[in-house]
Design a protein around this ligand. Structure first.
Ligand SMILES: [Zn+2]
Ligand SMILES: [Zn+2]
Length: 161
């Protein structure tokens, strides 16, 4: 994938980038879609639930309802612009689909999500699928634990007491 350095203060360029991405995915370019795509494409490439996307929009003074945010995120997932994960129960979190296979570490205490790539694990998963005669399409590995910040705090989960 070729990435171009963003031109500072050149808003139209960014808008056309995102518009192109929507059109490539077969979606009509609408303002809510552009705004939501921009939040997911932020520098940190975060994993956000619909409520968090809604809150960010709200903080930016955007008047886009939660129902619209849900609908747009679902459309994005359907066309493959974003990936949807369920790290804790029913709540879905979304991240921009970078096309790069990776797995996740999730902190059970603060909800922090980190990505990792491990070639040995990826190869093992490919081997397991191959041995079983599967064409591997995707995989999802989630490691649950306590992040460094939560490990250092005195709070302990109930089951440890
Ligand atoms: Zn944590
Ligand atoms: Zn991720």
């Amino acid at each position: 994938m070729v990435t171009h350095p963003p031109r500072k203060g050149h808003i139209p360029w960014e808008i056309s980038q995102e518009s192109d991405e929507l059109r490539r995915a077969g979606l009509k370019v609408t303002l809510p879609r552009l705004k939501i795509l921009r939040i997911l494409a932020g520098r940190d490439r975060e994993h956000l639930c619909a409520e968090q996307v809604y809150q960010r929009l709200h903080d930016q003074g955007e008047d886009i309802g939660l129902a619209t945010v849900y609908r747009v995120l679902t459309q994005f997932a359907e066309v493959g612009i974003v990936m949807r994960h369920h790290f804790d129960g029913d709540r879905a979190v979304f991240e921009l689909n970078s096309g790069i296979q990776h797995d996740h570490l999730v902190c059970v205490e603060c909800g922090r999500v980190e990505e990792f790539k491990d070639r040995v694990i990826q190869q093992r998963q490919a081997d397991v699928a191959a041995v079983a005669g599967y064409e591997l399409l995707s995989h999802s590995l989630i490691l649950y634990g306590r992040c460094p910040a939560c490990t250092q705090s005195p709070k302990r989960p109930d089951w440890l007491v």
